[in-house]
Design a protein around this ligand. Structure first.
Ligand code: F6R
Length: 246
């Protein structure tokens, strides 16, 4: 019995609006909600919709807390390729969030293990994540939990696979500039979120997206572990849903 609530939207804009509505509902129900956030191309439209709601005075971010899934290692916060920079550019600089409530792993520390432990402690102290937003990697990764024979439960330092380095090279001038490591929340940290929202867009994700709906769970496709979560909604556009058996 597959436990996934599946919403298929006509296109990326509809998917983004739908996702933003769910996030807005969460914040209205609990103004001090703890949100888990993702970077990458997929959630940019959703963040744009949230900014519009905030500017229109319809959504207040002043009491929320956020935790991002991951950050490259090693990278400085002010580097335009960092996820710190990305999140400020696409969301945080445009909404009334308290800067002290924003959490992103620090990718510029000497001891990554210490940073990972600090990050897990902060999530715990915040009372856990109410709503976790996820994108899907072309190789089935979630956060930077890459396909492997074993997955880590908590926040950890991980090497990036060649597929991920290639996929993310579109944001860099040269593939050699893509960091080879990242700090990422682990699968257990992600699965402990009270609710999960997985966004999938585009035909290039269609085959890997279909794997999540087959009832098979494998660490070779980390996203298949999401089937274990009791409250997950997958919002996808038609192109991303094109390989799912009807
Ligand atoms: C980003 C992240 C990644 C991306 C995934 C999809 O914080 O954790 O898992 O969600 O690589 O990236 P896009 O949306 O660029 O296709």
């Amino acid at each position: 019995m597959i436990n996934l609530n599946k919403i298929i939207c006509n296109n990326y804009i509809e998917m983004s609006r739908y996702a933003a509505q769910i996030i807005a509902k969460q914040i209205k129900v609990r103004p001090s909600a703890v949100l888990g956030l993702a970077t990458g191309s997929t959630p940019v439209g959703t963040y744009h919709e949230l900014i519009k709601m905030n500017r229109a005075g319809k959504l207040d971010f002043s009491k929320i807390t956020t935790f991002n899934l991951d950050e490259y290692y090693r990278i400085e916060k002010h580097n335009p390729q960092s996820y710190h920079y990305f999140m400020h550019k696409h969301l945080f600089s445009h909404i009334n969030i308290n800067s002290g409530s924003i959490h992103i792993p620090d990718g510029d520390v000497d001891c990554a293990d210490e940073e990972c432990r600090r990050y897990d402690c902060m999530i715990e102290q915040a009372g856990g994540i109410d709503l976790q937003i996820l994108g899907l990697g072309a190789n089935g990764h979630i956060g930077f939990n890459e396909p492997s024979s074993a997955l880590f439960s908590n926040t950890h330092l991980t090497p990036l696979t060649i597929e991920t380095i290639q996929a993310n090279s579109r944001f860099f001038a040269n593939i050699d500039d893509v960091p080879k490591y990242a700090i990422t929340m682990g699968m257990s940290s992600i699965l402990q979120a009270k609710k999960i929202l997985l966004l999938i867009t585009g035909s290039s994700k269609a085959k890997i997206a279909a794997e999540i709906f087959k009832g098979r769970i494998t660490t070779d496709i980390p996203a298949t572990l999401l089937q274990l979560h009791p409250d997950i909604t997958v919002i996808m556009d038609r192109e991303a849903a094109s390989c799912i058996a009807q």
